[in-house]
Write a protein that binds this ligand. Sequence first.
Ligand code: F6P
Length: 369
Amino acid sequence: MYKTIGILTGGGDAPGLNAVIRAVVKTATGFGMRVIGIEDGFEGLLGETRTRPLSQSDVRGLLPRGGTILGTRNRGRFVEHTVEGLATTSKEVYDEALDNLSRLNLDALVVLGGEGTLTIAAEFDQLGVPVVGVPKTIDNDLACTELTFGFVTALDIATEALDRLHTTAESHDRVMILEVMGRNAGWIALHSGIAGGADVILIPELPFSMESVAHKVRARDEGGSNFSIIVAAEGAVEAGHDQIFQVSGDKEHAPRLGGIAQYCTTQLQTQTGKETRCVVLGHLQRGGRPNAFDRMLATTYGAHSVRVLAEGKRGTMVALQAGDVITVPISEAVANVKTVPPDGQMVRTARDTGISFGAIDEGRYHAST
Ligand code: F6P
């Protein structure tokens, strides 16, 4: 049985990180294990290490608190460099972290993160440090799990934004466009679009035609609904165009997406003659309290991750499948991004209820507007 486990949070924050930390500490205490918090993701294992013991009193009151008490970083110095055409992280960085892990007497790690962080976690496991991953991202784009914690809270926030945009759009006979997060996967846009009664949903998986979106807006006007609500994932693409970036990437950060809502606003106003406005929801989707579901999911994931280590399993990620929290190999979870299946049930549901994806051949899916 492990005596001391380390815990860290990496990548973008998500509501529920603190709830997982709390559950890990409480469960580990029950198993007689100590927990050491590592600050600022894997970066806290380099140089002057930044760690602190976490006891039950340190996690009191954490269940509803947003953000992460441990701080978080993107890949930092674990970022991949290209050496002779191959993506690689310098061996010295891992060696330094491994030395520090053994100096700190950490027997195993619980790593809370998305694809980037869990890829590093899988590497540590390969190098001999037992690791269990906990799937985190508001984008819900990690494979092998039906839900990542944080997603459902983000969905609530996006849905409330759509509700609020409805009343102002209807009052002014306007088109309102909401831009939500989702780089390569349109889960937030799709689910909030259905829950918030959007008329058009734009997602990266279904390139859209501006003419088709304009057609939907005009058809609604002709049918007597003089306003339209559009929700667009930040990574949505117009057919034949590239994604829209605000800032190009660097070694540590992926390029920052943003601007699709503004682009559609200008184009639609020109094509339909209707007053059009947009809102970028941004980090409001990530900040603040987790909702009840995410508190419950985060707590279950945290408790299960400790039980998994206590059973001597390693190299796994806790995951939700068919209502049960189970474990899957981390390597499988990070192998692919989980994107929206274009012919899946949620897309069908949206189309069945009259929502357009602005597809070139959208007309064939809809009897009504
Ligand atoms: O957590 C993932 C994500 O929400 C993406 O959808 C978004 O592009 C990204 O984070 C933005 O993160 P940051 O502003 O922290 O770089």
